[in-house]
Ligand binder design. Structure first.
Ligand SMILES: [Zn+2]
Length: 323
């Protein structure tokens, strides 16, 4: 044993005596990325593919009419990671009835940065081609739901017709509306309008953009008015041979704070009072009937149920993994 080997041997013995594990340092093995991107959920003959756009983090200060202490208490109760903010998922859903392929909401494309915008990539990874999508149902026109339909003026789903409620289209696309927005909110509104218009333009140019009103049916989907978060916000209900599913849209943004305390509005709500009323109307109904729901901002895959023990506070019950 030469001097170097002797001293190394001595160090190893010393380390072993101190209880160090000299075989592998944790840092020697690189950690790997999360791979979740799509999730197949079967309902009767219909397959719903949840598509992850990405994960977003919200400031706890965005919650309204609730004390910061109460927000922290709820987040703590649900072990909600707080390091970067309140975690929310951005999900879209692809519905395959066997005869048609419908996309419900479309994610952000590049409207919010590189941490989001993966719906199209994940749709392809799930085994589908964007050309197969013939219908896109938008719950509302906020850019985290509408931007994903196109990129740089080119339709991501060239054979699809987009549907949105007439009230929603009027609020964002009617130039006269801007005059009704209060001065403090106008710049933000106009910035959002710009993103929405750019996303929809290739579809409007080819007359593949349509509006609907309450009572209309789009293919096999019924429309449910859930205004408040935006003026023309709608949810979509699909009856399948197995059970019904409702694509709820943004009637809720936080599976922790707004489930635990559903009276809590969020800064993104255009009419916070009405948004709360809508949630307080829909949640008891969904809880009572064991309704399967698909939610764009619940943790991926965003499919699950609502439970309430007392009719006041609710819990998000995610679907159980099935392979
Ligand atoms: Zn949203």
């Amino acid at each position: 044993m030469n001097i170097l080997k002797t001293s190394l041997f001595a160090s190893l013995c010393a380390a072993a005596a101190l209880g160090f594990n000299m075989q592998v340092h944790a840092a020697d093995i690189p950690q790997q990325q999360q791979v979740a991107g799509f999730y197949q959920h079967q309902l009767g003959n219909t397959q719903i593919t949840a598509l992850l756009d990405g994960t977003n983090f919200m400031s706890p200060a965005l919650f309204k009419d609730i004390s910061p202490d109460k927000v922290q208490e709820i987040l703590k109760k649900y072990h909600a990671d707080q390091a970067k903010g309140v975690q929310t998922s951005v999900n879209a859903f692809l519905v395959n009835t066997g005869k048609s392929l419908t996309l419900v909401d479309s994610g952000t494309a590049d409207c919010f940065g590189a941490h989001l915008g993966s719906v199209l990539k994940n749709l392809k990874a799930a085994g589908y081609q964007p050309e197969q999508v013939t219908t896109i149902l938008l719950t509302h026109l906020h850019p985290d739901h509408s931007c994903g339909v196109s990129k740089n003026g080119i339709a991501n789903y060239p054979n699809a017709t987009i549907y949105v409620s007439a009230d929603e289209a009027n609020y964002w696309l009617n130039p006269k509306q801007a005059e009704k927005i209060t001065a403090d909110k106008r710049a933000n509104y106009l910035g959002t309008v710009e993103k929405i218009k750019a996303a929809l333009a290739p579809y409007q140019a080819k007359k593949q953009f349509k509006t609907f009103k309450l009572g209309d049916k789009i293919g096999e989907f019924e429309v449910i008015s859930t205004a408040g978060h935006t003026p023309g916000h709608f949810s979509y209900k699909l009856k399948t041979a197995g059970e019904d599913v409702i694509f709820i849209g943004d009637i809720v943004h936080s599976h922790t704070v707004q489930f635990d305390r559903p009276e809590t509005a969020i800064e993104y709500d255009i009419d916070p009072k009405m948004a709360v009323q809508t949630r307080l109307k829909q949640f008891p109904d969904y809880a009572k009937h064991g309704q399967t729901i698909a939610a764009p901002h619940s943790p991926f895959p965003g499919i699950g149920h609502i439970y309430s023990a007392d009719g006041k506070s609710y819990q998000w019950i995610p679907v159980h993994f099935k392979d």
